[in-house]
Design a protein around this ligand. Structure first.
Ligand code: SF4
Length: 371
């Protein structure tokens, strides 16, 4: 098993909370797509011939690509890698791009079989707070267009904890997704990241910092409502109906190798991680010379332990103590006992999982267990 991630670093508008790598100028798009295909060719040995079981277009905004541009990328992937039949192929998309024609063309003329729609909220006040390019009405239209085009495997991204989102509006957002029978939800608490417009506004006092009580309340609403509506809470931010877990994202949590293509994309081969330069012009410059510009980190025993603890604790199956390196076991067991005492961790069979309180503190708990 192995995955391919493609980073499409262009967006129509800069969302105020976003710290991903993207540009709102599309002038370099053609050159960048040529380089992206070149990088696929240059990296064809990276996964050592392991068949591809998922392809994921992320960004940025991959739905800015035309059908022809997507198919040129697919042709390059299929001619350089062994791709298994019936694999999950996800395209991240923004609601304002998902017109009826685009959805129909995606379904009929490309192998994309899963759409991840960046809705974030159906409420216009929240969308304007986030500086999103779409309205609530466009979000509804996007779902209808995708479903009319026969995309069954849909996932919606939501953000909660924004100062504009009342608990009632949060329930309305969730109920709207349930009414459309969306089988997968990714829900993120608003965080204020460095180098974002939101961070600047908070520092200047123009926006309030995130209200932790509101976030905790809205997380509780989310956990309860999704459970009642038949979703499995299989990862801290991800909820799926039976048979609709995200295959590509699950590979990140299960240590499966993946190749990242495009500026800022990360790759993992089981022993090392590498990250491409997060700059479109420099990415193009190096690939135009048939060279790749990335930083590589060979994982130490400590890195492997820390990553396993951090990712496994976020999942519903939890952290298996048998997978902890014996070298770190004594320290791990001592700290786990303290976390159980605090009510943040509990046992599910042999594995350790987060309690509801623990889920609110997941990052802090993982750091506690780091070597
Ligand atoms: S559309 Fe997505 S990647 Fe682009 S700025 Fe907004 S959140 Fe970031």
């Amino acid at each position: 098993m192995a995955g391919i991630y493609l980073h499409i670093p262009f967006c129509k508008k800069a969302c105020h909370y976003c710290n991903f790598h993207f540009s709102t100028t599309l002038t370099l798009k053609n050159e960048l797509l040529t380089c992206l295909r070149k990088e696929i060719e240059l990296q064809k040995e990276y996964l050592s011939g392991v068949p591809i079981t998922s392809i994921y277009f992320g960004g940025g905004t991959p739905s800015l690509l035309s059908i022809e541009e997507l198919n040129a990328i697919f042709n390059t992937i299929y001619s350089n890698f062994e791709v298994e039949n019936d694999i999950e192929i996800t395209l991240e998309s923004n609601p304002d791009d998902l017109t009826e024609d685009y959805c129909n063309a995606l379904k009929k003329s490309t192998p994309v079989n899963r759409l991840s729609i960046g809705i974030q909220s159906f409420n216009d006040e929240c969308l304007s707070f986030m500086n999103r390019a779409h309205s609530g009405k466009e979000a509804i239209a996007a779902i209808k267009n995708a479903q009319k085009a026969d995309f069954e495997n849909l996932t919606i991204d939501f953000i909660y904890g924004t100062p504009t989102l009342s608990d009632e509006q949060w329930v309305t957002n969730l109920n709207t997704a349930f009414a459309f029978n969306i089988p997968h939800l990714s829900c993120y608490n608003l965080t204020v990241e460095e180098n974002t417009a939101l961070n600047h506004f908070v520092k200047k006092g123009k926006q309030k910092p995130v209200d932790e009580m509101q976030s905790a309340r809205q997380f509780q609403i989310l956990v309860e409502k999704t459970a009642v509506n038949g979703f499995e809470h299989y990862e801290i931010s991800n909820y799926a109906k039976s048979g609709f877990r995200a295959i590509h994202n699950s590979s990140y949590w299960e240590g499966i190798p993946y190749l990242g293509i495009g500026p800022s994309a990360h790759s993992f081969d089981g022993n090392s991680r590498q990250s491409n330069i997060a700059n479109n012009a420099l990415y193009i410059k190096s690939l135009s010379n048939n060279e790749m510009n990335f930083e590589k980190e060979v994982l130490t025993l400590e890195n492997i332990h820390n990553e396993y603890v951090m990712t496994s604790l976020r999942t519903s199956w939890g952290c298996d103590p048998l997978k902890i390196n014996p070298f770190f076991a004594e320290n791990f067991n001592k700290k786990i006992a303290e976390l159980i005492e605090k009510g943040w961790i509990t046992q599910n069979g042999n594995n350790y999982i987060l309690t509801f309180q623990g889920k609110l503190l997941a990052d802090h708990i993982a750091v506690t267990l780091f070597e």
